[in-house]
Write a protein that binds this ligand. Structure first.
Ligand code: FER
Length: 303
């Protein structure tokens, strides 16, 4: 039997609304443009969990950063190179204590400068920690494009670079984390590790974090991109996930054409009784939503 025109149309509509995980081999600027241009359909629960942060939340005080930001280098046999990450150390570091660590991942057009540049993630954390509103923590901002030349390509939407974002899972787990825990006064157990990311880094966070809740039980995925695995692959055993997870925080702007990626994960989690925070704000695919959601995530992690 050949499928009717109705069946084909229905199939086309469903697949338009619910794209599968983008295969890295298929990544092109044209497909990315089409993904950003998908119609935005908001459900009644696609609303804010939190208000916008107060004015100035990501501005440095006149006295400057109270913690420090430095460049850290580590060797990786995934890339065969020495790689760079930014590391934020909280005010008072080092003391005789050890600190929890949050790994914070960038988007497809960025590198280890994105969060510390226009998003100002380190300033957001510094202000919260100084005010006593976040647990003092180390934050690591890596380069999530795990390839020998990990500079930002002229066309970031290419299959080789997209595959390198998937390969970063091994670089992170086998090289970066051990190097950080050797070099810094870092807690070395799962309850003191968090993974957060924006867009391509949000997809990495869900793909790696939910597969390794024994390493990162605190997870924040902001404006996750189409590199995000299908929900049933992210969470094949909802009861096991529920048991191990400490926090799963999902957010997106309601002006972002990629919102269907996050909606699909949220709805699956809801249907399968996996508790999570769902914050849909009024931003697009931009630094305002990423800064705002780091502000809210950071106040809830390691508590
Ligand atoms: C895509 C659209 C956007 C895609 C990735 C992105 C893998 C990532 C955007 C970002 O990181 O800002 O189709 O495919």
């Amino acid at each position: 039997m050949t499928p009717s025109r109705f069946t084909l149309t229905l199939f086309a509509l469903l697949t338009a609304a619910l794209p599968a995980q983008e295969d890295p081999a298929d990544v092109t600027p044209e497909r990315a443009r089409a993904n950003f241009a998908r119609p935005i359909e908001l459900a009644p629960d696609d609303v804010r969990a939190f208000p916008e942060p107060p004015p100035g939340y990501r501005e440095l005080p006149a006295t400057g950063l109270r913690g420090t930001l430095e460049l850290f280098e580590y060797d990786s046999n995934i890339t065969g190179t020495t790689r760079s990450a930014h590391v934020y150390l909280p005010p008072g570091y080092p003391t005789d204590q050890t600190y929890p660590v949050t790994y914070i991942l960038h988007g497809i057009g960025g590198d280890h400068h994105e969060w510390t540049g226009y998003v100002k993630g380190h300033v957001i954390l510094d202000n919260l920690i100084a005010a006593g509103d976040a647990v003092p923590m180390i934050a690591v901002f890596p380069n999530g494009r795990a390839m020998a030349d990990d500079s930002i390509p002229d066309n970031p939407f290419n299959p080789t670079a997209a595959a390198a974002f998937a390969a970063f899972e091994y670089d992170l787990i086998y090289h970066l984390i051990p190097a950080i825990e050797d070099h810094y006064a870092a807690r070395r157990d799962a309850p003191h590790r968090a993974l957060v990311g924006l867009s391509m880094g949000g997809g990495q966070t869900l793909n790696f974090g939910l597969a390794h809740l024994d390493i990162f039980p605190w997870i924040g995925a902001f404006s996750s991109a189409p590199n995000t695995k299908a929900p049933a692959d992210l969470v094949p055993d909802p009861a096991a996930t529920r048991e191990q997870l400490k926090l799963l925080y999902l957010s997106c702007g309601n002006q972002d054409g990629l919102i269907n990626v996050s909606q699909r994960v949220h709805r699956y989690l809801q249907e399968n009784g996996v508790p999570h925070i769902w914050n849909i704000d009024d931003h697009g695919h931009d630094g305002d939503t990423w800064g705002s959601n780091l502000y809210h995530f950071a106040q809830r992690v390691f508590r």
